[in-house]
Design a protein around this ligand. Sequence first.
Ligand SMILES: C[S@@+](CC[C@H](N)C(=O)[O-])C[C@H]1O[C@@H](n2cnc3c(N)ncnc32)[C@H](O)[C@@H]1O
Length: 283
Amino acid sequence: MEHRKIGSTVSDFLNAPEAPSPAPHAPGASVRHTRAKGEPRFPDGPKADPAGSHFERRIRSFQPRRSRVTAGQADALQRLWPKWGLDIDGQQVIDLPELFGNDRPVVLEIGFGMGEATAQMAATDPDTNILAVDVHTPGQGNLLGLADRNGLSNVRVGNGDAIILLREMLTSDSLDGLRVYFPDPWPKKRHHKRRLIQPEFLTLAATRLKPGALVHCATDWEPYAEQMLEVLTAHPDFENTQADGGFAARPEYRPLTRFEGQGLDKGHVVNDLLFRRVPHQDR
Ligand SMILES: C[S@@+](CC[C@H](N)C(=O)[O-])C[C@H]1O[C@@H](n2cnc3c(N)ncnc32)[C@H](O)[C@@H]1O
C-alpha cells in the first residue's frame, strides 16, 4: 500500500483556512469562558448528551474526549448547527428527504472524526447525501465549517451515539449505504465488547439498509479487520462483494482519512471491506 500523508491527498479546497478568529476579546472569541453550572457550551449548537438518560447506559463504542474547540469550529457550531445539525436524542423519527431537502440516496457514516474525508466524498459525489455522525464536538464544528466553505449542501452532521440513531430514529429500508472508517479498534481483550462491528450491530443496521445497500468498513487494526470479515461473512443479511470472500481494494471514492494516515505512519496495514445488504428474506 502506498504510504502517503493525508495532507497530500485531500484536495486544496479542503485546506481552505477557517474564517479568521475574532480578536481575543471580541464577543464570541473565547471558547473557554467560564460557564455557569448547567449553562450550555454552545447555546445554538449540539446538546452535550442529547440522548441523556432517556436510554439505558450501554457498552459504548466511543470514548468521551474533552478536546479544545477552536474559535472557527465554535463559530461553525453556533451558526450552522440549527441548519445542518441533528441532535441524536432518540426522541424523533427522521424523515430523511425532509432532512436533506431532496430524495437522493442517503449514506450513513459513523465516526467521521474531523470530517475531512467526509467533506471530500460529499464534494465529489453531490448526488449522494451523507448523514455523518460522531460524538466529537471539534470534529462536528470542523465538518460544518468545511461544508460551509465548500458549498456542500449534501452533508448533515449528527451528534450522539449512532446506535441510538439507528435504533430509535431511522426507519426500515431508509439507508442506501453505511460507512465505518477506522472505528476505534479497542485493542485490549477486555474492551473487545466495545467494538462497533459485532453481529448485533449488523442485525440492527441491516433493518435500516435497503436491499443492495453497500456496507463499507476500513481499519488499520488487523485483528479487528479479521473480526469484521468474520462477522460480516457469517451474517445472513450481508454478502461479500469480493468473489474470493476476502478484503477489498480501497475504492477510489474513499479518500485517505486522518486516522488512516496515523496508522500508516506506524506501519499498519489497511484493510477495506465491502459487503452488500442481501434482499430481505422473511420480514
Ligand atoms: C478512530 S476515529 C476515526 C475517525 C475517522 N473516520 C478517520 O478515519 O479519521 C473513530 C471515531 O468514531 C467515533 N465513534 C465511535 N463510536 C461511535 C458511535 N457509536 N456513534 C458515533 N460516533 C462514534 C469516535 O468518536 C471517533 O471520532
